[in-house]
Ligand binder design. Structure first.
Ligand SMILES: [Zn+2]
Length: 64
């Protein structure tokens, strides 16, 4: 599962994309429309702003 940080609320939002993380790295600054379940709108974020959600949980564990 991929995730990004919502530019409006700063919440972590999981997104379901068929694009693998390794492919995203090669996309760089390409803008992608992603649905935000917090704002209930679609945000446009660059591919490099998306990351594997497993990293999110690691961050939360470290912060706790
Ligand atoms: Zn949002």
């Amino acid at each position: 599962m991929l995730a990004y940080r919502c530019p409006v609320t700063n919440e972590l939002v999981e997104v379901s994309l068929k694009t693998p993380a390794s492919k995203l790295r090669s996309l760089g600054s390409v803008q992608l429309p992603v649905w935000c379940c917090v704002c209930h709108v679609a945000h446009t974020v660059s591919a490099q702003e998306l990351f594997v959600a497993e990293e999110v949980y690691d961050d939360r564990a470290r912060a706790a």
